[in-house]
Design a protein around this ligand. Structure first.
Ligand code: SAM
Ligand code: SF4
Length: 417
């Protein structure tokens, strides 16, 4: 959105009272961020009365709520859905010229909305995110994504490769490929290129030193993709593979399409092919009908895999999804207890994992100055762990070998170069 607006003579400001346009980008995957949108809008109300800027909401809450947002927030000017972003400047112009309030949430079946704008100015960034596909066809019973993002759509590979070559010319060293289910990449494209083949091609791009991607769905994780972790030298040794639950009964109710055993088999295969691989995942506690036994299965899976890190969530009912209609919702207190237990166990596992790196030399791609001190720089290992060490901005974009002197529970490794 920023890149689009730059083309229309907008410049970015971090101060709300200097803005002619305030755009709130939103997530609706859980209830809490959805509520935050309305409190953010509330905060800007006075400012709008005083200064009269344009206020808009973009993203998944905008897609989901549409006109209802305009009804609920009388000083809101624009609601722009997930497929309408390329129309942003046009819609703003319409608001300026006509003074009308605008809501645009139609899905774009042509796939035009996926086109990325290439930056014209030097990026001076080390790492860049590249969306390779959007939407999802999985319809897990708890998840709102397919409703607010539409079905899976892949960008043509030539366009992705062109974007990454362009980024490499601008100094980017690491690309992070994004999609709700990258394993599904290529479905529906005319010249069939699957995800492992796309990775092969990106691996050939001069100037790019590292490739990462997220997210992989365990049910679609192919042997060919697993093999890439040992064959493609630029593909970093890290996979994010959400499991959501360790209980087969719950996995079935979630419509995830795999069992605890088949998930563990995929992990085993990954570790065989790439013994140093770091594994992270998402997990949900308190899905409707989750009993103590189911929760124990989740803890058991965690103990077996020993994830490097976990993103853990309390189940949050999303209107319109199948799980939200189930009768046997779990009480908030039980969800909270389970989440606390799980997070305590994971903190210890993460710490133990980090400790195994003490004394080791790791390759770090330096990204920027550290937030804690401007005498230090920060970067990541190939396994995606954050490392801070003394240095200055001349190191940005360089691959540096760093000896890890001390590991901390929160994945930080202040170390010496
Ligand atoms: N496509 C990815 C996958 O299938 O693994 C996940 C994308 S989703 C946007 C990110 C994470 O949010 C999910 O892995 C899940 O753990 C969590 N999530 C999604 N819906 C949720 C809900 N209703 N309540 C709690 N957590 C949820
Ligand atoms: Fe949501 Fe991921 Fe399931 Fe798609 S695969 S429905 S994005 S959790």
């Amino acid at each position: 959105m920023l890149r689009l607006l730059e083309g229309f003579h907008y410049t970015e400001t971090k101060e709300a009272d200097k803005a002619d346009l305030i755009l709130i980008n939103t997530c609706s995957v859980r209830e809490k961020p959805e509520h935050k949108v309305y409190s953010a809008l509330g905060r800007f109300r006075k400012l709008k009365e005083r200064k009269g800027m344009v206020i808009g909401v973009a993203g998944c809450v905008a897609q989901q709520e549409g006109e209802r947002m305009l009804d609920r927030v009388p000083y809101l000017d624009l609601v722009i859905g997930t497929h309408a972003i390329p129309m942003l400047a046009e819609l703003l112009e319409r608001i300026e010229v006509s003074g009308q309030r605008v809501c645009e949430t139609r899905f774009d079946r042509s796939g035009e909305y996926l086109k990325a704008l290439l930056p014209e100015k030097p990026l001076a960034k080390v790492k860049s995110y590249v969306t390779i596909m959007q939407g999802c066809d999985h319809f897990c019973s708890f998840c709102i994504v397919p409703y607010v993002r539409g079905g899976e759509r892949s960008r043509p590979s030539w366009e992705i490769l062109e974007e990454i070559r362009h980024l490499a010319e601008m100094g980017v060293k690491e690309v992070f490929l994004l999609g709700q289910n990258v394993n599904g990449y290529g479905k529906g494209l005319e010249r069939e290129v699957d995800f492992p083949r796309l990775l092969d091609q990106i691996n050939e791009i001069e100037g790019i030193e590292r490739i990462r991607f997220t997210t992989s769905h365990p049910a679609d994780l192919s042997d060919a993709l697993i093999q890439d972790f040992s064959e493609l030298e630029k593909l970093c040794e890290h996979i994010h593979l959400p499991f959501q639950s360790g209980s087969d009964r719950i996995l079935k109710a979630m419509h995830r399409g795999y069992t605890k055993e088949s998930y563990l088999e995929r992990i085993k295969r990954l570790k065989e092919v790439c013994p140093s691989i770091a594994i992270t995942a998402d997990v949900i506690v308190g899905f409707p009908g989750e009993e103590e036994e189911d929760f124990k299965e989740t803890l058991d899976l965690m103990e077996k895999v020993k994830f490097d890190d976990l993103f853990s969530f309390k189940y949050s009912p999303r209107k319109g999804t199948r799980a939200a209609q189930l009768q046997n919702q779990v009480e908030e207190e039980v969800k909270q207890d389970r989440l606390s237990i799980l997070q305590k166990i994971q903190r210890e596992i993460t710490f133990q994992k980090n400790l195994t790196l003490e004394g080791k030399v790791e390759e770090v791609l330096v990204e920027s100055l550290s937030k804690q001190s401007n005498q230090d720089v920060t970067g990541r290992t190939r396994s995606n762990k954050i490392v801070n060490f003394p240095g200055d901005m001349n190191l940005a974009g360089k691959l540096v070998s760093v000896k890890i002197l001390k590991a901390y529970p929160h994945s930080l490794f202040p170390s010496a170069g």
